[in-house]
Design a binder for this molecule. Structure first.
Ligand SMILES: [Zn+2]
Length: 506
């Protein structure tokens, strides 16, 4: 718990069901079809120091591996007994068949897993234990997700949620990674493509980079993979991907992988910003006919595996935004796939909130029992300054931007010269006035940390779309340090991502 309790939370309102004023049933498409199978509880990754499997010998109390069955038991029970239960139809999952797995994974890799299972299991890679019972659970997770997708493809419902474990989004075609063996979401995406979908978007909000899914479709322009994640980088041989903005896809897939690494403490407002400014425009441009939302509650404020500080409110908004996109672009077709989320009680609440959002319910059904995050308004930033232009001015501006080395230099010079006010010990409030000859002055405000002395405003970051929309957006691109745990730090990262995102659109 950070700081003192929020007085507005009163008497732990989160324990109170708020559903009495809302309809208790729904009709038509306003249901979520949840796919589940009890056999997935049989995967037991063991105990140790967190996820290491190590007993150092000097601790009296070891803990269950974070990806234990309790977390999913609570997700199951909150959906069965919580206020969302009237909105849910339940379906029993099934194991995947080996030929189905080969639509995403190589046969050599699947043979390795089968062999490991036959020999009683082993640690496949760091933190990832295939023990007795694990393989059957993994097959159930994959098959259950395929069933959830098929349910949509067959027109039996618009929204399916695949409540599965072990998780899958780190599993690459040839490699287990990060508690994942089979890429459940990736298999479902491939099924959608094989069933006639022309394009599928995957939005992954688990706190870790959905590297396995990204790699599976890295060369494809039929799947836009978007991942919002903690800026954790590579974590070893099983996870060589950086998750940085420059992993954009290859070949036909170039521009179809959008990584949005977010610094620690990004929070509800930061995620909302990223969704609005990056995810929504990218998905709208892509025009998918199937939406896949990959969820992990390890991006919550209380997760032992993440530092991103989302609360139920943030998850609810993400669910709502995705639902809006699905309605607008995909005829409402939305598959939601469970990944991480390791805080045993709060993960269930955040799942509930995400699904409330996906159902587009007008009011929260369940309030947040523990969220308190001291967001400091002083850190909030309006870093985009929009100026209105006449058409000829826009044309002149565009030419100027396209051709002017001088503009670049000028911007850089001004940016370095106008540090006006120091704030909060480590922040500078920087005001930049861009005096573009023959057009007009544009003011740009940003708050930079002390590492920003070499800040460069990159003229490349003026996107055509912004010009066409009669707005001019300047983004910083450069040497921001990323160590401060609050929202202003988010800006450096997001501006970098925006820069890349606009390149995608070119
Ligand atoms: Zn995760």
């Amino acid at each position: 718990m950070w700081g003192s309790p929020n007085p507005s939370m009163g008497a732990r309102a989160g324990l109170v069901c708020l559903s009495s004023s809302l309809p208790t049933t729904t009709t038509g498409d306003d249901r979520i079809h949840v796919f589940w199978h009890d056999g997935m509880l049989n995967h037991d990754p063991g105990t140790g120091v967190f996820d290491s499997g190590i007993d150092p010998g000097f601790l009296d109390v070891l803990e269950n591996h974070p990806e234990n069955s309790d977390r999913v038991k609570n997700m199951l029970s909150i959906l069965k007994k919580g206020p969302l239960s009237p909105f849910i139809s339940w379906h029993t999952g099934r194991p995947a068949l080996i030929p189905e797995l080969l639509t995403f994974h190589t046969s050599g890799y699947i043979d390795e897993l089968v062999e490991a299972d036959r020999n009683g299991g082993k640690m496949i890679c760091a933190g990832t234990f295939l023990n007795s019972g694990s393989w059957d659970a993994a097959l159930l997770a994959a098959g259950t997700t395929l069933s959830a997708m098929k349910h949509i493809l067959d027109g039996h419902g618009k929204i399916s949620y695949s409540l599965v474990r072990p998780p899958g989004h780190h599993a690459q075609p040839t490699q287990a990674d990060g508690y994942c063996f089979l890429n459940n979401a990736g298999l479902a995406v491939q099924l959608a493509l094989d069933s006639g979908c022309k394009s599928v978007v995957v939005v992954d909000i688990d706190v870790h980079y959905g590297n396995g899914t990204a790699e599976g479709f890295y060369h494809s322009d039929k799947v836009l993979t978007i991942s919002l994640h903690m800026n954790h980088g590579s974590w070893g041989p099983s996870h060589p991907h950086s998750g940085n903005v420059d992993e954009l896809g290859d070949g036909d897939g170039f521009g179809y992988n959008l990584n949005i690494p977010l610094p620690n403490g990004t929070g509800d407002r930061g995620y909302e910003f990223a969704m609005t400014e990056l995810v929504v425009p990218a998905v709208q441009k892509f025009q998918p006919d199937m939406m896949v939302l990959v969820i992990g509650q390890d991006s919550s404020a209380f997760d032992p595996n993440g530092r991103q500080c989302l609360t139920m409110k943030g998850y609810r908004e993400i669910g709502r935004k995705i639902r809006t996109l699905a309605d607008k672009l995909c005829d409402g077709r939305l598959l939601i796939v469970q990944e991480g989320g390791y805080q045993v009680t709060y993960s269930a609440y955040c799942l509930h909130a995400t699904l409330e959002g996906a159902l587009n319910l007008p009011l929260p059904l369940l309030s947040d029992p523990i969220a308190y995050y001291p967001e400091d308004e002083a850190f909030s930033i309006e870093f985009r300054t929009k100026g209105k232009f006449k058409e000829e001015e826009l044309q002149a501006l565009q030419e100027e931007v396209e051709t002017s080395e001088q503009l670049h230099v000028m911007m850089e010079t001004i940016a370095q010269g106008e540090v006006k006010e120091k704030k909060k010990n480590m922040l500078y409030n920087l005001t930049v006035e861009l005096d573009i000859p023959g057009i007009q002055k544009i003011s740009l405000n940003a708050i930079l940390d002390t590492g920003a002395t070499t800040c460069v405003v990159d003229s490349e970051s003026v996107p055509t779309e912004a010009l066409e929309a009669n707005t001019y957006t300047v983004e910083f691109n450069g040497s921001f340090t990323k160590h401060i745990l609050n929202e202003h730090n988010f800006i450096s990262c997001i501006s970098e991502s925006l820069h890349r995102d606009m390149r995608l659109c070119n």
